[in-house]
Design a protein around this ligand. Structure first.
Ligand code: PNS
Length: 170
C-alpha cells in the first residue's frame, strides 16, 4: 500500500445497510483513496440482523455497485480509534442527516478525538432523498408492509422480506 494513501473508516451497525449509507460511501470514496466500511461487531443495541448477515448484505451491495477496490468491508470490536490506528486510517466518516443526529455525533467525535487526536471525524450530508432514512425506520416500514424499494438495495430488500417476522420483536 503506498504510504501517502488516505484511508477513511466508515463505521456503523448497518442493521441493515440502506441507500443513505450507500450515498455516504459514494461521497466518501470521492474524497479518500480508500474507504473501509467497518461493521461494529458488538453494537450497544441488539441488532436485528446477525453480524454475518449485516456483513454479507454490505459486501453483496458494494459488489453490485462496482465501486472497485477502493471500498472494502471489514469489522471491528472494541474502540473505534484503536481499529483506525490498526488500519492506518486518518479519518472516520459519519453521515449527518439532521440536527437530531448532531448531539450524539458531536459527543462521539470529541471522545474519539480525545482518545486519538490523529484521527479526524469527517461528517458528510447525504442526498436530500435520504435525510429522513434510518435502518430502524426501514425495519418499521417493512414490518408494517410498506414498500422498501426507494430505501434499500434490491438484495437487502429480499433479505429483509425473509426476516420480517423478527421485526415484530425489535
Ligand atoms: O450505526 P451506529 O449504530 O450509529 O454506529 C455507532 C458506532 C458503531 C460507530 C459506535 O457505537 C462506535 O464507534 N462504537 C465503538 C465503541 C467506541 O469506540 N466507543 C468510544 C467512542 S464514542
Amino acid at each position: 500500500m503506498p504510504k501517502h494513501q488516505r484511508i477513511a473508516v466508515y463505521p456503523g451497525s448497518f442493521d441493515p445497510i440502506t441507500n443513505g449509507h450507500l450515498d455516504i460511501i459514494a461521497r466518501a470514496s470521492r474524497l479518500f483513496d480508500r474507504i473501509i466500511v467497518a461493521v461494529s461487531k458488538n453494537p450497544s443495541k441488539t441488532p436485528t440482523f446477525t453480524f454475518p448477515e449485516r456483513t454479507r448484505m454490505i459486501t453483496m451491495t458494494l459488489k453490485k455497485l462496482r465501486l472497485g477496490k477502493s471500498v472494502s468491508v471489514d469489522y471491528f470490536e472494541g474502540l473505534l480509534v484503536s481499529y483506525c490506528r490498526r488500519v492506518r486510517a486518518c479519518a472516520v466518516v459519519r453521515g449527518l442527516r439532521a440536527v437530531s443526529d448532531f448531539e450524539y455525533e458531536f459527543q462521539m467525535a470529541l471522545m474519539n478525538r480525545r482518545l486519538a487526536k490523529d484521527v479526524e471525524t469527517v461528517f458528510l450530508m447525504p442526498d436530500e432523498r435520504y435525510v429522513y432514512l434510518s435502518s430502524s425506520l426501514v425495519k418499521e416500514v417493512a414490518r408494517l408492509g410498506g414498500d422498501l424499494k426507494a430505501f434499500v438495495p434490491p438484495g437487502v430488500k429480499a433479505e429483509i422480506d425473509s426476516k420480517k417476522k423478527q421485526f415484530e420483536r425489535t
